[in-house]
Design a protein around this ligand. Structure first.
Ligand SMILES: Nc1ncnc2c1ncn2[C@@H]1O[C@H](COP(=O)(O)OP(=O)(O)OP(=O)(O)O)[C@@H](O)[C@H]1O
Ligand SMILES: [Mg+2]
Ligand SMILES: [Zn+2]
Length: 415
């Protein structure tokens, strides 16, 4: 029977877990020194190794060859845990067993010692889905379980777990896996599966999987199903919905040359081709980060626009509309002036040039100018005709401070 790559290549010992050096080290030391906490919470984004790590911990504790951070994976206990069939390792899906009655069942079963192994281990996945009543019911058991019991919780949303539970667990955080490590694992899988795939194609999958090894392996599955041999960059781009580098470059070349309508029609085309716009925005951000020949203010403003677009898309706002708006905003940004040139213009400007300028009144009145005026030593910062350049600089500084580095046109500033 065909087994999806993510399952076939599930790590079987701690040394096979990639990109989680700190978590692995903490666990390895704790297991080998026999100091593993009785309640462990594995927290982190999806597909980074929580369930795999939980099973490895269970195997480490119950391996027939003795407790070790490198379980043998051959004994009956190890094999049954790998298959999810060990009588002493109870795997519970928190999402479908979230009620207080489910918690009571756990509390009841904790009373019975393991049948075959050293420990009775409860792995509760997506534990944040438990109701508050279920958490409360479990509190005492989690705090002081029998010696033969270990709890291993896994969650993608630690913030949803009550503090009362968190404070009773050893929290181990797993992180997104770096792109280069994802690529190395993908390459190894492709070799074992006898699939030829271009190096650049592996880069595309690794980039598009946002730090999740499971997502990466899922993409590789889809690519192999699409074309079992000689996978090229363009095959993979099509399957994954990633745009080719050239497309991103041409899109920004339109924006930089203020050809907005051409940029918009490229988006339309991508939409028709089923491009993944979340990946597209991330590619835009990547491209902008690497952009050299654009002034810093414009680069920052453009990055801001695409980060906002990314957040909107993640919050399920219709992606094509989000990107159309971002494209308009990006084109507009490039028409704005740089702060340096504004300073330059302001410093060369006679203040009488500024319309609606009220004589003898500070531009940045802090509300107590009447009291201030009575002070003889008060400096006439309001003397806008002043030829003293340091005073002018001061005014320019005040104006810029007010706008806090925002990119603004000189016309707007004059208002
Ligand atoms: N750190 C990792 N090192 C190696 N492979 C990994 C790692 N993380 C995930 N994988 C791969 O992804 C598959 C799924 O991983 P796992 O089920 O452990 O993730 P998870 O964090 O529990 O995900 P979810 O939050 O979606 O339940 C594994 O079978 C393995 O192939
Ligand atoms: Mg999991
Ligand atoms: Zn074993």
């Amino acid at each position: 029977m065909y087994k999806v790559l993510a399952r076939k290549y599930r790590p079987t010992k701690l040394s096979e877990i990639i990109g989680q050096d700190i978590a692995v080290r903490i666990l390895k030391n704790a297991i080998d020194a026999d100091r593993l906490h009785h309640a462990i919470l594995l927290a982190g984004p999806m597909g980074v190794g929580k369930t795999s790590t939980a099973r490895i911990i269970a195997k480490s504790l119950n391996c027939e060859k003795g407790t070790s951070s490198e379980p043998c994976n051959e004994c009956e206990s190890c094999i049954s845990i790998t298959k999810g069939k060990s009588v002493d390792v109870v795997e519970i899906d928190g999402a479908s067993n979230r009620k207080v009655d489910d918690a009571r069942n756990i509390i009841e079963s904790v009373k019975y010692p393991p049948l075959k192994s050293r420990f009775k281990i409860y792995i509760i996945d997506e534990v944040h889905m438990l109701t508050i009543e279920a958490f409360n019911a479990l509190l005492k058991t989690i705090e002081e379980p029998p010696d033969y019991v270990k709890f291993i919780f896994a969650t993608t949303a630690m913030e949803k777990i009550p503090d009362t539970i968190l404070s009773r667990c050893q929290i181990i955080t797993l992180k997104k896996i770096p792109t280069d490590l994802i690529k190395i694992k993908l390459k190894g899988i492709a070799e074992k599966e006898n699939v030829k795939i271009e190096d650049g194609a592996l880069d595309i999958i690794a980039f598009a999987s946002f730090g999740s090894m499971r997502v990466a392996e899922g993409y590789l599955d889809r690519c192999i199903a699409y074309k079992p041999e000689d996978l090229t960059q363009s095959d993979v781009s099509r399957v994954v919905g990633v745009s080719e580098k050239k497309t991103i470059e041409e899109y920004f070349s339109d924006i930089l040359s203020k050809n907005t309508s051409s940029a918009l029609s490229k988006l339309q085309l991508l939409d028709e081709r089923d491009a993944n716009f979340e990946i597209f925005v991330r590619q835009c951000i990547d491209f902008l980060l690497g952009l050299q020949d654009v002034v810093l203010e414009h680069k920052t403003a453009l990055l801001n626009i695409y980060y906002t677009a990314l957040i909107d898309i993640k919050q399920k706002v219709e992606p094509l509309s989000v990107l159309n708006v971002a494209t308009h905003k990006a084109s507009a940004v490039l028409s704005l002036e740089q702060v340096e040139s504004i300073i330059e213009k302001l410093s060369n400007m006679e203040f009488s040039d500024i319309p609606d300028n009220k004589q003898n009144e500070t531009v940045y009145d802090n509300g107590n100018s009447a009291a201030e005026e009575s002070k003889p030593e008060k400096k006439e910062t309001s003397n806008l005709q002043s030829t003293d350049s340091s005073e002018l600089d001061e005014n320019v500084r005040l104006i810029l401070k007010e706008f806090e580095g925002k990119i603004i046109t000189v016309e707007k500033l004059n208002k």
